[in-house]
Unconditional design. Sequence first.
Length: 391
Amino acid sequence: MFSGTGADVCVGEFRSYGPDPAAAGLDFGADLSFTPQELAAGAQFTYHGQAQSPVTIMKENGGNYVRMRLWVNPPPGYSNLASDLALARQVRQAGMKIYLDIMYSDFWADPQHQDIPAVWAGQDLGQLTATVQSYTQQSVAAFAKQGTPVDLVSIGNEIRNGILWPVGEINCTNCGGWDNLAQLLKAGVAGAEAGNPAGHKLLVMMHYDQGGDNALSSAFYSQLTSHGVPFDVIGLSYYPFFHGAISAMRANVDALATQFRKPIVIAETQYPWTLANGNSPLGDSTGDFVWQTSQLSPGYPASPGGQLSFVTDELSILAQVPGGLGAGLFYWAPDWIPGVPWEPGANIGSPNVNLTLFNFEGAALPSIGIFQNPAGVCERHAPDSSPCLVG
């Protein structure tokens, strides 16, 4: 290979795209928990100029799974059981599977917040154990009763520091510790299995947030294993602007697969399509999680093409996990466009509006094709560019 001047050409990276049998069985999903709120707020989503629901748009673009969170008693309009059941009917009608993310909290639960629901306040470990099992069983059974059984369930959301603090909290003094957490998690698993209809396959996930840190991830799943907590799937959150380089994610999933021999799912991930803030025109002061170039991963611009390239590389990594244990990926909140706040209140928006797969007005970006052959996506959206480049 030579340049136009006849000099040798150094190729730093060469990629070829095409059907990969290793990716044929992957779960391609998105967390669409905000879809009911967005539609209730009057948002319109379009794909090729045609108005559709994000559920059908994701399905048309290769999605086969939808993730939905479940809160015990959130503010009105946010994800409760009734909202999830309605969404599940749409998901099943579209021919996709259901991943239920049970948070065991009235509202947001993550490594910084794992609050006991108000109606469970004052319960000791024994009482909470029974409550978790009963609540989980009733929740999973409700999906089955309406003909939309859950296919994948996570017992807690990003449970690095435990659940139901302080009873099930770890990594602290004068709190529950691993024995308590394991007891509560076992109760959740038992409840999910009891609520699942006979003959239906239900997979149980344990969800950890540090997708780019193998030392922490390995230690967490080792504790689960040593305490006898049963689970089927390792679920990781991986946001490069929080959790490090994609190479660190690859090292982590490969090592976890080798160590634990369980399927691994990237349960949450995102990448920006712009560094602009879509909240400001609406009069709120919520800033973006990603707003400056120093937060970007080298080689992946803040553009729909950057999103497409980044997620494609994540999927390639999963398709090559040892033992074929890379199981799937869920893009988080692809439809959380401006207009629906992360919590009720004036001048509150979403810090994720530039991490979606839709623009600020709800039109699908080229990156909506993250689960498809990227060369084909590029050809559709930039047919006259050579080399093909999605801006």
